[in-house]
Design a protein around this ligand. Structure first.
Ligand code: PHE
Length: 327
C-alpha cells in the first residue's frame, strides 16, 4: 500500500498538463470514476483493517486534494484566455447610466416635509381609498349636507361607503383617533375630485395637510406657522388670510399669495372645530388645534412659473429634465 501511494504521488507531481486534452487525461488517470488510480486505491483500502483505514484514509484524501489542485491551477491559468477576457479593451470608457431627476411635484412635496420636520412635525401617510366617515362625516360634513357638493368625488357603485378621498383632512381623523395630544402632524398625498380637467384643475391633485393639537393652541399659532412655511418657500412674499368656510374648522380662512399682480389662493386653514375633536374623543374643553391643507400643484405653478397644471402629468421628458434639486 505504501509503495503504491508513493508511486501515485510521484506520478501526480510529474504529470505535465499543457493542453485541455492533457487535463482530461490527467483527470481520467487519477480521478476517473471507474478506473482512476485513486478510486482503485480506495477500493483496495476497504480490505485493510479498521485501525489502518484511518491512517490511509487521510493520506488518500490528501492525494485526491493534490490532484484536484493541479486541475484548479490549470483552469485558473488558462480559462481567462479562453473566455476572451483578454480581448476586451479595458481603456474604453464604460456606458454611463443616465441619472434621473425628481418630478417637480416631488421636489416641492419634499421641501414642504423638510420645512415642517424642522419645527417638530411628524410625517404620516394615509390611504387614498377612504370610507365616508373618515372623509366626510367625522369632519362635520353629514350626509345630504350641501357642503358635500364642494367636494364631489368618485364612489364605488357597489359600495358607496368606499370612495377616493377628496382631501388629506381624512388623515386628521385617522391620526387623532389613535393618538393622545399634544401632536404636530404633516401628511401629503393624492386626492381626487370629480372636476373638469383644465389648466387650473384636474380630477386628481396633491395636497399637504398639517395639524397641531395642544392646550391653548390659537389662531396666531396658525398664522405664524403659515408665515414660516411661506417665507421658507419663497423668501419674502405677500400673503393674506381671507375669511372662508370649511365644515371642520371654525373660524376658517383661505390663504392667498400675491404673485404676478394677482392674488392666488394656495390653501385652506382654520381652528379645528370642537365637534370634530368630539368625534375622535378628544376633550375640546382642554385641547384646541389648527389645521391647514394646501395644493402642491398650485404652489409648484407659482414657484416654477408654470402656466398649465396638465403638464405635470404629460410625462414629457423635455419638461421633467429641467428640474434639479437636493430634495
Ligand atoms: N381639506 C380642505 C380642502 O381640501 C382644506 C383644509 C384643510 C381646510 C384643513 C381647513 C383645514 O379644501
Amino acid at each position: 500500500m505504501d509503495k503504491k501511494i508513493d508511486q501515485i504521488k510521484k506520478e501526480i507531481k510529474s504529470f505535465h498538463i499543457k493542453t485541455y486534452n492533457d487535463l482530461e487525461a490527467f483527470r481520467i488517470k487519477f480521478l476517473g470514476k471507474k478506473k482512476g488510480m485513486l478510486i482503485v486505491l480506495f477500493k483496495e483500502f476497504k480490505k485493510i483493517s479498521i485501525y489502518k483505514r484511518k491512517i490511509y484514509g487521510k493520506i488518500i484524501n490528501e492525494l485526491k486534494k493534490e490532484a484536484q489542485n493541479k486541475i484548479n491551477v490549470f483552469h485558473l491559468k488558462n480559462d481567462i484566455k479562453n473566455e476572451k477576457l483578454l480581448k476586451v479593451d479595458p481603456t474604453i470608457p464604460g456606458q454611463s447610466i443616465e441619472i434621473g431627476g425628481r418630478h417637480p411635484l416631488s421636489i416641492i412635496k419634499n421641501r414642504i416635509i423638510d420645512i415642517f420636520i424642522k419645527i417638530g412635525f411628524t410625517y404620516v401617510d394615509g390611504p387614498e381609498i377612504e370610507d365616508d366617515w373618515h372623509n366626510f362625516t367625522a369632519l362635520n360634513i353629514p350626509i345630504f349636507h350641501p357642503s358635500r357638493d364642494m367636494q364631489d368625488t368618485f364612489f364605488l357603485c357597489k359600495n358607496p361607503d368606499v370612495l377616493l378621498r377628496t382631501h388629506t383632512s381624512s388623515v386628521q381623523i385617522r391620526y387623532m383617533k389613535k393618538h393622545i395630544p399634544p401632536f404636530r402632524v404633516l401628511s401629503t398625498g393624492k386626492v381626487y375630485r370629480n372636476e373638469t380637467i383644465s389648466s387650473r384643475s384636474n380630477f386628481m391633485f396633491h395636497q399637504a395637510e398639517g395639524f397641531y393639537i395642544d392646550k391653548k393652541v390659537s389662531f396666531s399659532d396658525l398664522k405664524q406657522t403659515i408665515h414660516y412655511l411661506i417665507t421658507s418657500l419663497f423668501g419674502e412674499a405677500k400673503i393674506r388670510f381671507r375669511p372662508s368656510y370649511f365644515p371642520f374648522t371654525e373660524p376658517s380662512a383661505e390663504v392667498d399669495i400675491y404673485c404676478n399682480s394677482e392674488w392666488v389662493e394656495i390653501m385652506g386653514c382654520g381652528m379645528i372645530d370642537p365637534q370634530v375633536l368630539k368625534n375622535v374623543n378628544i376633550d375640546s374643553e382642554i385641547y384646541s388645534g389648527f389645521a391647514f391643507g394646501l395644493g402642491i400643484e398650485r404652489l409648484a405653478l407659482i414657484i416654477y412659473k408654470i402656466k398649465d397644471i396638465r403638464i405635470y402629468f404629460d410625462n414629457d421628458i423635455r419638461f421633467l429634465k429641467q428640474f434639479k434639486s437636493e430634495f
